[in-house]
Design a protein around this ligand. Structure first.
Ligand code: SF4
Length: 279
């Protein structure tokens, strides 16, 4: 029997019965795609919205943050790998939390928004959207923290209900992007342009990793892309890497390198450039 295609992200996994896709959590169950993490948040926290990071959207407010298991990228430096790289077998140990309960918890916690974060929201999009629809009805805003690898259908649909997004633009070299994330850079760039042309508030983060994306040329190329293709008013967060998960063979990014990247962003004409993860 031919498989069933998952339409959530640009991997477009073709799954035979009983198999899960690259994300480890969307599965062909009897001929239909089942999002096994639906209603099974593994993390729920109240965060300042600046922590997402979003610096020019609802500043000074708190956001109710949730995440599940699973991710469609395989970044060797992932700081949330214990949840992003976990597989669906662990899901049943988690209690079911309905979309209504998530929204109610957000309201009770005096949060003005709900953030789908910690792992890639696209892999739990059906749950995120159900939460988002109720949140919208109750006057809350919806936030995604994402790698920007949605399918065409999902990226266009999202622009109708997601209010703000921070997309992690990991590097600007096609082969490194493929090698370290397992995904095509061009899809991310295309989706960023769709978001920039929409009503969604867009901010971008780049983790500067020594030996991978920290050359002057690459930092400049990212800054120029944001400035020329997305908009000079799109905030850019440049953050310092620290060793984690499988990438423990290099030191954390020197603060000086982050600050010079901030200057590169400003030279490219960006109005809002922020240094992050500096201790
Ligand atoms: S969400 Fe993406 S990685 Fe996961 S099964 Fe669907 S297409 Fe594959």
């Amino acid at each position: 029997m031919p498989g069933v295609k998952c339409g959530l992200c640009a991997h477009a996994c073709l799954l035979s019965d009983g198999k899960t896709g690259i994300c480890g959590v969307n599965k062909n169950t009897g001929g239909r795609i089942e999002c096994t993490v639906y209603g099974r948040p593994v993390a729920k926290n109240i965060d300042p919205v600046e922590k997402k990071p979003l610096r020019r959207f609802m500043s000074g407010t708190y956001t109710y943050s949730i995440g599940t298991f699973g991710c469609n990228f395989k970044c060797e430096w992932c700081q949330n790998y214990h949840i992003s790289q976990a597989k669906s077998e662990k899901v049943e140990m988690l209690p079911f939390v309905s979309p209504e309960e998530i929204v109610l918890s957000a309201i009770r916690s005096n949060c003005l928004s709900i953030s789908c974060t910690y792992n890639e929201p696209t892999v739990f999009y059906p749950y995120a959207k159900d939460i988002g629809m109720i949140a919208k009805e109750k006057g809350l805003k919806n936030i995604f923290v994402s790698n920007g690898y949605q399918s065409d259908e999902v990226i266009h649909e999202m622009t109708g209900w997601v209010n703000a997004i921070n997309v992690d633009l990991k590097c600007f070299d096609r082969s490194n992007h493929k090698k370290f994330t397992g995904a095509d850079l061009d899809v991310v760039l295309k989706n960023l342009k769709i978001l920039a042309d929409s009503d969604v508030h867009l901010e971008i983060t780049t983790l500067i990793i020594p030996g991978i994306n920290d050359s002057d040329e690459e930092i400049e190329a990212i800054a120029e892309f944001i400035s020329n293709e997305l908009g000079k008013n799109v905030p850019w967060h440049v953050s310092a890497f620290h060793p984690d998960y499988k990438m423990t063979d290099r030191n954390q990014t020197p603060a000086e390198r982050v600050y010079t990247a901030v200057e590169t962003g400003k030279k490219a004409g960006l109005e809002f450039v922020y240094a992050g993860n500096i201790w």
